[in-house]
Each structure stands twice: as structure tokens, then as C-alpha cells.
Ligand binder design. Structure first.
Ligand code: SAH
Length: 245
């Protein structure tokens, strides 16, 4: 059996003997770009059933069929961490979504704040970036990317048990996230909040710090760009409370 090098996300159930039909884009990618033929193997995941080896049963220009043979990895869920961030320029927003998926976010939430320049995001494009990141990093889970949410609405509907790691540039040089001071109730759902280039407004800062489960943290002695801050915050959280331990 040839080694499967291609990893593909499919929105289809996976299991032993399960047939997986391919759409036009997938057939083009596997047979046109990657030059796979009948009998070649690929690795499939759908975010729910783990990773499966599958063999090409038929290969056409516009369609094809794969058949699952064996599970190669069980489903590995990330910790229950949301990354909430204010979208910035397109390429940097794409970067944030890609890195969040690689680093193990369970959900990615673009948020419109007072000083956010972009009024809308292409949710489908961002979701595709999360899928690609999962394909590339060997993940078996794909975080959902939400539509753009307004800051006020998001906090008005905030789940009571989800704690907030509020990354506040005004805290520069103060304490970072400290497991010891979080205590025993630190496990469970969390969300990281990263502001836009213009930072959070005073009203937003007050709203965030008034929430019961908020921990305000600094990301060191320098002000980071939002994309750097997102990666730094996830690293800190994963190492302190997540699955990097
Ligand atoms: N224009 C703002 C900086 C915004 S940086 C200013 O000059 O004050 C974008 C976001 O990254 C911030 O809203 C915050 O969430 C995060 N961030 C950047 N550097 C940080 C730091 N040192 N500590 C905590 N959060 C930081």
C-alpha cells in the first residue's frame, strides 16, 4: 500500500467501508493537481470521526469516489477555548484564523468593536482557512468560525460559565496569566479577547472588566500587533491551562 500523503477535510461520515463521494473541486485537486489514481490512498477527516485512510475507488475529471479502510487517528478535541478578536486587514485576519486553528482553538469569533475598521468579514473564506490549517497541521477537528458579532451583543448573550482572558494593552508590563492565582475553578470553558489596531475603548474595557469571570492580563512589556497578540495569548493560555502541559 502506498503511503498516503494527501490529507483532506470532507463533510461526510467516515467509517470502515464507508464510501465518500467527491465533488468537482475535490476531484480536481486529488486527480488533476496531486495526480492520484485508482488505488492511491489519502487521509480523510471530517472533524467528528477521527482520521481515516481511504483508497481511490474511482477517479474522474469532475467526480470520484473514495472508500475508507482504517482509522489512522482518533478524534482529538481541543480544549474548550474560543478566540474572540477584532478583524484587521485581510491578510492579517486570515493569519489569525489560520494560527488559531493550528494552535487549538475550539471556536473562532470575529468581533466588531468601537475601533474596528472592518464592518463585515467573509465567514466562508475564513472557515476555508480554518479547514486548510487543520488539513496541514494534522488536526482532526476544525474550529467553527462565526459571523462577525457586535461587541455589545456578544457580551449581552455571554455564557455565564465561560471565563474571559482579557488581553489589555493598558496592562503592559503587568502580570500575565498565572495558573496559581486562577485557582481550582480555572478548568472549563474560556475565551481570549484581542482588540483591534486601535485598541479597546474605555467603555469596552469597563464592560469586560465588570464581567464576573474576567481575568485581565498583559502580554509582556511591549504593545503587540493584534495578530501577534492572538498567537502570544493562545500560547500562554495553552501552556498554562490548555493541552500543551
Ligand atoms: N493601538 C493600541 C494597541 C492595540 S494592539 C495602543 O496603542 O494601545 C491590539 C490588541 O492586542 C490589543 O487590543 C490587545 O488585546 C492586544 N495586545 C497587544 N499588546 C498587548 C500587551 N502587551 N498586553 C496585553 N494585550 C496586548
Amino acid at each position: 500500500m502506498k503511503d498516503a500523503k494527501v490529507r483532506l477535510y470532507v463533510d461526510h461520515p467516515l467509517g470502515a467501508g464507508q464510501s465518500v463521494p467527491l465533488d468537482r473541486d475535490q476531484a480536481h485537486y486529488l486527480f488533476g493537481v496531486m495526480r492520484l489514481t485508482v488505488g492511491s490512498s489519502v487521509l480523510l477527516f471530517n472533524g467528528r470521526d477521527g482520521e481515516w485512510r481511504a483508497d481511490v475507488a474511482s477517479a474522474g475529471k469532475r467526480a470520484g469516489e473514495l472508500v475508507c479502510s482504517e482509522m489512522t487517528k482518533p478524534l482529538h478535541m481541543p480544549p474548550d477555548l474560543w478566540l474572540v478578536f477584532a478583524p484587521i486587514k485581510k491578510a492579517r485576519t486570515d493569519f489569525i484564523v489560520e494560527k488559531a486553528a493550528e494552535m487549538g482553538a475550539a471556536r473562532i469569533v470575529p468581533m466588531q468593536t468601537e475601533f474596528t475598521n472592518s464592518e463585515r468579514v467573509r465567514q466562508d473564506r475564513l472557515q476555508a482557512h480554518a479547514v486548510e490549517a487543520a488539513e496541514q497541521c494534522g488536526g482532526t477537528f476544525v474550529p467553527e468560525v462565526s459571523d462577525l458579532q457586535k461587541f455589545d451583543r456578544l457580551l449581552a448573550d455571554w455564557p455565564a460559565d465561560r471565563r474571559i482572558m482579557f488581553c489589555d494593552e493598558a496592562e503592559v508590563g503587568q502580570a500575565t496569566l498565572d495558573l496559581a492565582s486562577e485557582g481550582a475553578d480555572s478548568a472549563g470553558p474560556w475565551a481570549i479577547f484581542i482588540g483591534p489596531e486601535g485598541g479597546f475603548s474605555d467603555t469596552e474595557r469597563a464592560r469586560l472588566t465588570s464581567m464576573k469571570g474576567t481575568t485581565t492580563v498583559s502580554l509582556g512589556p511591549r504593545i503587540l500587533r493584534a495578530d501577534t497578540a492572538a498567537v502570544a495569548a493562545m500560547t500562554l493560555w495553552q501552556k498554562t491551562l490548555g493541552d500543551w502541559a
